[in-house]
Design a protein around this ligand. Structure first.
Ligand code: 1OR
Ligand code: 1OR
Length: 380
């Protein structure tokens, strides 16, 4: 005697859609892909259901194109309440790791600016939730215009960043064995801004959208409250719109230095830009004395609200000078990708100041043989 088997409603469609995605994406690990696929599906369903509950933070980001966005933006930033965020009620995901994996993960995450000012407990949750993804040359990690699923931290490999605009695709940046990407779609609930393709074999650590939003975005809301007033006093940023300044705050990481600590070393390669939040920073350059000895000469000092470390990022050359803390110093630090993405409107001011360096250079170094020129930048 045969018994009718009940097929739950929606199962056929669910599996059909999943199968189509597997065929489209050709994942190397179907289990990993399935985990991700169903987690995303659940999130989308929840979002559809909870459109009305959309956090005011997200509303604020979408409002950024509206004419009177400035006021609305600030008010919304203050009313963002992570405890009301539906995503906050989900338990934190834990991906078990071996000791060796944990060590590697800590190593790659220690320089990630977005993680730097997380409390120890928050950082542990982030590390627990991260999972490893091996990458083959040619793998598409992110597709422009897609929804955001993960944030990625690079352990190894070269990753090219492409933007397609009006049908024309351009290579705009490359990550070379370090850094992170994929934060924007998660922070601002926007489609992916670029396409990212692995040029070589490599490895990534991924953090799912929900955990990223719960911990990193929540932390950004705190940062906005802390730095909103200060950032408005920074002369360099005065030409930015309020919402652009807020995006700058989102990517800034506070760092502290003690008296005499070197912040930048002349001649080294560069990947950060600095704004002095408090204290004083001495800028020095090495020169050879008549006796053939090397000494460090002070060029200038930077105080609250001033910036340094832009030159090497603009010229793509090694650091032109060293920077040392005088007493206790707090700086706000931004990585080179964020610098290029967000500070375009401030470039004219920076280039003007770079021309000033050049004018002062001869006086300071007092030797034609030592002279350096930055004019290729100022006119670039
Ligand atoms: P996402 O979530 O939008 C694509 O997914 C990622 O590419 C993005 O987050 C960033 O992490 C990363 N503009 C926007 N996103 C960029 C850029 C970028 N570079 C890397 N990403 N620009 C290049 C800056 C050097 C600006 C020009 C488009
Ligand atoms: P960076 O990325 O080269 C050192 O790292 C930073 O010191 C540099 O960016 C500037 O932000 C900052 N010449 C070169 N760099 C200077 C100078 C400077 N002043 C500050 N910085 N000159 C001093 C002019 C008063 C010209 C003399 C060589």
């Amino acid at each position: 005697m045969s018994r009718a088997i009940h097929i739950p409603e929606g199962l056929r469609e669910l599996l059909q859609d999943f199968t189509v995605e597997v065929i489209r994406n050709q994942p190397r690990d179907i289990c990993d892909f399935a985990l991700q696929y169903f987690a995303d599906l659940k999130r989308r369903k929840r979002e559809e259901k909870g459109q009305a509950l959309k956090s005011s933070y997200e509303a604020m980001m979408f409002a950024s194109d509206e004419e009177d966005n400035d006021e609305e933006f600030v008010v919304s930033a203050e009313t963002y309440d992570p405890d009301n965020d539906e995503e906050n009620r989900e338990p934190t995901v834990i991906h078990p790791k071996t000791d060796q994996q944990k060590q590697r993960l800590r190593g790659v995450c220690k320089d990630i600016l977005l993680f730097k000012n997380l409390e120890q407990e928050e950082l542990s949750k982030v590390l627990d939730a991260m999972f490893e993804r091996p990458v083959a040359a040619g793998d598409h990690i992110i597709e422009q215009h897609d929804d955001g699923d993960n944030f990625y931290v690079i352990e190894s490999g070269i990753f090219d960043v492409y933007v397609t605009d009006n049908g024309v695709t351009r290579l705009i940046a490359t990550y070379d064995n370090h850094g992170s990407f994929g934060e924007l779609a998660l922070m601002y609930n926007t489609p992916r801004a670029t396409t990212i393709i692995a040029r070589t074999l490599g490895a990534l650590w991924c953090l799912d959208r929900v955990t990223f939003r719960r911990i990193v975005v929540n932390n950004n809301a705190k940062k906005r409250k802390m730095y909103d007033a200060f950032i408005q006093t920074v002369p360099l940023l005065s030409s930015l719109e309020t919402y652009e300044r807020m995006k700058v705050v989102d990517v800034l990481c506070p760092q502290q230095y003690t008296d005499g600590q070197r912040i930048i070393a002349e001649g080294e390669s560069a990947d950060c830009f600095y704004i002095v939040e408090s204290g004083e920073v001495r800028i020095t350059v090495r020169r050879t004395t008549e006796e053939g000895e090397i000494e460090e000469v002070e060029l200038t000092t930077c105080t609250e609200g001033q910036y340094f470390g832009e030159l090497a990022l603009v010229t793509k050359k090694p650091r032109a000078a060293s920077a040392y803390a005088v007493g206790n110093v707090k700086c706000l630090v931004m990585d080179v990708m964020a610098f290029e993405r967000l500070l375009g409107p401030c470039m004219e001011i920076m280039k003007r100041n770079i021309s000033n360096y050049e004018m002062q250079m001869a006086n300071v170094l007092q030797s034609a043989s030592n002279s350096r020129t930055f004019s290729d930048v100022a006119t670039a």
